[in-house]
Design a protein around this ligand. Structure first.
Ligand SMILES: C[S@@+](CC[C@H](N)C(=O)[O-])C[C@H]1O[C@@H](n2cnc3c(N)ncnc32)[C@H](O)[C@@H]1O
Length: 234
């Protein structure tokens, strides 16, 4: 059952609530990420960086960068990485962890010129936008021709039984982590709530194709509970 105060959370005009939520959980964000994924999100983020085919000297943008995992992973490969996020508390964490190029901005109106970046990624971000398609269109706009777009997020497994088990985990267990470690169960019920409207890997692949991406690929992880979408800008 979705807590009442999260209903309509992801609908247009509610972005300030998303920002408030991430401001609240910022201090514990990394810790709970490790806990709820048993540390696996680190491996999935490494896969994002590998799939992006990052080469030293290139320029990457990580949209909804949060505490900076992907931007820092690119930097370790010699790729200059800009992180953009609209929650100051998350940007502060990214800065504390060593991210150097951070921009306060909205994923749905990226403050960058067309065709700027070799790589544009988003990890667990599109799902949080009131218009996820707009976020993907913006990623496409700021990518150079032949730029790589990579999206990592919670998925929707095709297998009905597995989907039930996994949604049960998101409904019953993950909010407990929020309650115990942030004193706020509702803050972690947001994952399931956001999946109510986000079409996950299938919708992202369709949108990438509609935008004109080539080589559109979906990598399902944990039976589709997580997914990475890849597309190459024509
Ligand atoms: C679940 S966190 C993901 C953080 C990081 N990418 C990761 O994988 O750990 C989602 C992030 O998206 C940011 N966010 C949500 N809506 C946004 C928007 N419209 N513009 C920019 N950032 C946004 C939040 O502030 C938060 O830091």
């Amino acid at each position: 059952v979705v807590p009442q105060r999260l209903v309509n959370f992801y609908e247009p005009g509610q972005a300030h609530k998303v920002r408030q939520l991430f401001s609240r959980i910022a201090p514990r964000y990394d810790f709970i990420n490790d806990l709820q994924s048993a540390g696996l999100h680190r491996a999935w983020k490494k896969t994002v960086v590998s799939l992006a085919g990052a080469h030293a000297g290139e320029l990457a943008l990580d949209v909804c960068c949060g505490s900076g995992d992907l931007a820092l992973a690119f930097e370790r490969r010699g790729v200059q990485a800009v992180g953009v996020d609209f929650t100051e508390a998350m940007l502060q964490r990214a800065a504390m962890r060593g991210a150097r190029l951070l921009v306060h901005g909205d994923a749905q109106a990226l403050p960058f010129s067309d065709a700027t970046f070799d790589i544009v990624t988003v990890g667990y971000g599109l799902r949080n936008l009131s218009h996820w398609e707009k976020g993907l269109e913006e990623m496409w706009r700021v990518a150079k021709p032949a730029g790589r777009l990579v999206v990592l997020d919670f998925g929707k497994p095709e297998n009905a039984l597995w989907r039930k088990i996994y949604f049960g985990y998101l409904r019953a267990i993950v909010p407990l982590f929020g309650r115990v470690f942030c004193g706020d169960a509702a803050a972690y019920a947001y994952i399931l709530e956001s999946l109510r409207v986000y079409p996950a890997q299938r919708g992202v692949a369709e949108k990438m194709t509609a935008l004109g991406c080539r080589d559109v690929r979906t990598l399902n992880l944990l039976g589709g509970a997580m997914a990475i979408n890849f597309g190459l800008k024509r």
